[in-house]
Ligand binder design. Structure first.
Ligand code: PEP
Ligand code: MN
Length: 338
């Protein structure tokens, strides 16, 4: 439930209501707007007697939250979330572009990609060091060595870095090398991993599961948030449908649905959604037009030779053209590339 306080309710009355909640063994999530304060109640609400709250004259109303996710719920937190990562910000009026190879391959390769994507306007370098490949015989990633290359590329260019983590061991290793963790589609409901990511202290990009509903996805975000980590962004990366012309089907309507249900920023990944290089640019533009806070795009110095996901990777010139073509869409969306 949420408790909506009367406009300009005093600090004392907010503290009194919070005290009733915490002394019943539940926790409080405060959302302080310009005039109205909303007190979110997290935990088993059966333990709470609503009358003990209603008696407080500064309480406007008590609204039950029927959704199972609370911290990720827009009702708990009506203003959109934004948070800094290294020299940039995710959410708010920022348009974030995360670009880089599917997998980190060599240090020289990664540094050359980092320079190229930065020059074209990206603020984040992506690169997988732990690759959850469909086949165990495909390239599995450089692991800690790949993380070191990400750090080196970040030190050289100033770009923020993001890397997928597939186990708690990978989280432990990644925290000292990268600025943001990525939980991949295949692990969206790996609840132990989500909790570990929540405890890591790093912001997390949570990709949508291959066949996850939006509510399941938001509950997965709730797992991370319930460990005290509120710096989460969601990433729509296509879902499984009966269609075979593309690797997945990009669910752009999810962006609009999420904007109604959650305050968390939404990033769109047209590369994994389609698996086809030629479809990345039009869908990137469509994603910006429908309200995404950012994009994740695979870029490779030589896509034909990429160790993973070459067919969907853009080369430097294609990425540069896309970034140029995105400018009017970003301007119309009211956001700034930064
Ligand atoms: C990736 O971003 O490298 C990746 C494997 O994506 P997804 O989890 O969306 O398949
Ligand atoms: Mn990939």
């Amino acid at each position: 439930m949420i408790i909506v306080m009367k406009p300009n309710a005093s600090k004392e009355s907010i503290a009194q209501v919070s005290e009733v909640i915490t002394s019943a063994g539940l926790s409080v999530h405060l959302s302080q707007g310009e005039e109205v304060t909303i007190i979110g109640v997290v935990g088993n609400k059966a333990l709470l007697d609503p009358c003990a709250i209603e008696v407080n004259p500064a309480v406007e109303k008590i609204v039950p939250i029927t959704e199972s996710y609370k911290l990720a719920n827009i009702k708990f937190h009506p203003t959109p979330t934004s948070f800094p990562v290294k020299n940039t910000v995710i959410g708010g009026d920022t348009m974030t572009v995360m670009a880089g190879p599917c997998a980190v391959e060599t240090e020289e390769q990664l540094i050359s990609i980092a320079h190229a994507v930065k020059k074209s306007g990206a603020t984040f370098l992506r690169g997988g060091a732990f690759k959850p490949r469909t086949s165990p015989y495909s390239f599995q990633g450089l692991e800690e060595e790949g993380l070191r290359f990400l750090k080196a590329a970040s030190q050289e260019t100033g770009l923020a870095t993001i890397c997928e983590v597939t186990s708690s061991h990978a989280i432990e290793a990644a925290v000292s090398y990268v600025d943001m963790l990525q939980i991949g589609a295949r692990n969206m409901q790996n609840f132990e991993l989500l909790k570990e990511a929540g405890k890591s202290g790093l912001p997390v990009l949570l990709k949508r599961g291959l066949a996850a509903t939006i509510d399941e996805w938001l509950n997965a975000a709730e797992y991370i948030m319930s460990e005290g980590n509120e710096r989460i962004a969601l990433c729509e990366r296509g879902i499984r449908t009966f269609e075979t012309s593309t690797r997945n089907t990009l669910d752009l309507s999810a962006v609009c649905v999420l904007k109604e249900k959650t305050h968390l920023p939404v990033i769109v990944d047209p590369s994994h959604a389609t698996g086809v290089r030629g479809y990345v640019a039009p869908l990137a533009k469509a994603a910006v037009a429908c309200g995404a806070n950012g994009l994740m795009i695979e870029v490779h110095n030589n896509p034909a030779k990429a160790l993973s996901d070459g067919p969907q990777s853009l080369d430097f010139a294609q990425f540069d053209t896309l970034m140029e073509e995105l400018k009017p869409y970003i301007a119309l969306s009211g956001r700034t590339l930064k």
